[in-house]
Design a binder for this molecule. Structure first.
Ligand SMILES: [Zn+2]
Length: 488
């Protein structure tokens, strides 16, 4: 038995944090709590990020040039030259996260050729839908001035720009990711999550190779935190369908859910909405109707998988809820499906989601990092219902908060919880409540982790009290199963 003394915060059944002066740990589980006020280390249950792309975070931290926040073409040039010196001859330079609004201009093929004419370069915009390549990269893919644009995409050879599905032309020529690459990325991403106090997470979309990487890491005992992996059945922008994965459940790894996409995003004005966007016009793209989603999801539902569907616009959300309603009617099973993002729900969607008992998985940090995009594109009447977290809570929804990183920069649940207090309009969610919504592993098919006696000893130790000093508090140590997996 080990005693962890200090100021230990544990939520009660209503999600209100109560202070204790110590916690007892035995064989990886909480054995007991000592009531009372304590001083010293501040301990909270480890957080759960209910929708994050762990491997992509890891890839950004290792093989990719992280271009998020780069503020000028000159700075971009320096980063490219630095990377060039580290790579063997002929290797591709791959980067992600540039934003022309910050750079002050669009990067072009000529710009890239001027810096690195001798190796292929491909840089992906922050939205992941637009890419710029140099001549070497385009040549490697057989793309020239006369290459026609594929359906659903656009090649702009002069600028070196590839839009939407035109990326597929280039992807074929790029070095293939291996299962070992994926393992490296997952471990780098996992370490980053731990550093923010996260002890479990949902990997929000995996192809069969990534699933294999996770299984191998788990079998080798190398996963430092708990992960639930969502299997992608219908890959984004492709016609092929992968078979349902084999269900998998161990102490650290769970494969119990499948992922679908019902629409696009708000920052690029492609979420399916009922009123036209400002500036760009249009009502976004509905990728799956209720009937189509029902057909696709029924085999997963029948086998007990939870279904997690990306739905942001009000139109897409209602289609998904209708599909879930039909699934439960066809086969009344206890599995709880999920709505990923749930960006623009109207009153009808809130009550339907509540009635069906599904999980809503929004990203409070979007309110901060994508705020300008929301204010720019959304019709005025949508602003009060854009990620209306307080309304979701009042409607009695099951909420699990998440980051969707690396779509956004910030993974920290503490930063996300602060953003939950600052909606576009109206009231926000108090910090302690928001942190409780970042502690909902059950939404991902993982056991509850609130440091109640009998729960796993998954915890984060903070240098100061996050409730009192949310802007400054830092994680100093993280334990999973009562063993240290991260130390600052
Ligand atoms: Zn995502």
């Amino acid at each position: 038995m080990r005693r962890v003394a200090g100021r230990v915060y544990v939520p009660d059944a209503q999600g209100r944090y109560r202070p204790y002066r110590a916690l007892w740990v035995k064989e990886g589980r909480v054995a007991g709590l000592e009531p009372g006020q304590g001083e010293g280390e501040v301990v909270l249950p480890g957080f759960h990020d209910a929708h994050v792309h762990i491997w992509k975070i890891g890839q950004l931290l290792t093989d990719l040039l992280d271009l998020r926040g780069v503020g000028s073409l000159e700075a971009l040039k320096r980063l490219l030259q630095e990377r060039d010196r580290l790579l063997p001859p002929g290797a591709w330079v791959l980067g992600r996260g540039w934003n022309e609004a910050l750079l002050g201009a669009w990067p072009t093929r000529a710009f890239l050729d001027g810096i690195l004419p001798h190796r292929p370069v491909l840089l992906t915009r922050t939205c992941a839908h637009i890419h710029v390549a140099n001549t070497q990269a385009l040549r490697a893919a057989g793309i020239g001035p006369d290459t026609p644009s594929p359906p659903g995409g656009e090649v702009r050879y002069e600028e070196g720009l590839l839009l939407e599905r035109a990326y597929g032309l280039l992807e074929r020529a790029m070095p293939r990711r291996t299962v070992e690459d994926y393992q490296r990325y997952v471990l780098a991403g996992a370490h980053h999550l731990l550093s923010r106090g996260i002890t479990s997470a949902l990997e929000a979309g995996a192809d069969p190779l990534l699933l294999e990487a996770y299984r191998r890491l788990d079998r080798e005992g190398r996963l430092p935190l708990r992960v639930s992996v969502l299997a992608v059945v219908r890959p984004d922008g492709e016609e092929t369908t992968y078979p349902l994965p084999e269900p998998y459940r161990s102490e650290r790894l769970v494969v119990a859910g499948v992922k679908f996409f019902a629409d696009g995003g708000l920052s690029g004005a492609s979420a399916a909405v009922s009123r036209p966007y400002r500036e760009v016009g249009g009502k976004g793209v509905l990728r799956l109707s209720a009937g189509e989603l029902f057909e696709l999801a029924l085999p997963a539902h029948e086998r007990g998988f939870f279904v997690a569907t990306h739905a942001i616009g009000d139109v897409a959300i209602l289609e998904v809820l209708e599909a879930y309603h039909r699934l439960y009617q066809a086969r009344p099973l206890p599995v709880r499906h999920r709505l990923e993002h749930f960006g623009l729900p109207g009153p009808k969607a809130l009550s339907l989601a509540r009635a069906l008992g599904v999980w809503a998985v929004p990203q409070p940090i979007f309110l901060e990092e994508l705020r300008e995009n929301f204010l720019r594109y959304l019709p005025q009447e949508f602003l009060p219902r854009c990620y209306p977290l307080a309304r979701m809570a009042r409607a009695g929804l099951s909420l699990a908060f998440s980051s969707d990183a690396p779509v956004v920069r910030e993974v920290s649940p503490l930063k996300g919880a602060l953003a939950a207090g600052r909606p576009l309009m109206g009231r926000g969610i108090p910090l302690a409540r928001a942190l409780f919504y970042y502690t909902q592993p059950e939404a991902s098919g993982l056991p509850p982790a609130w440091l109640w006696p009998g729960h796993k000893a998954d915890l984060a130790v903070w240098d100061r009290d996050p409730f009192r000093h949310p802007e400054e508090a830092r994680v100093v140590r993280v334990e999973v199963d009562g063993a240290a997996v991260f130390t600052a």
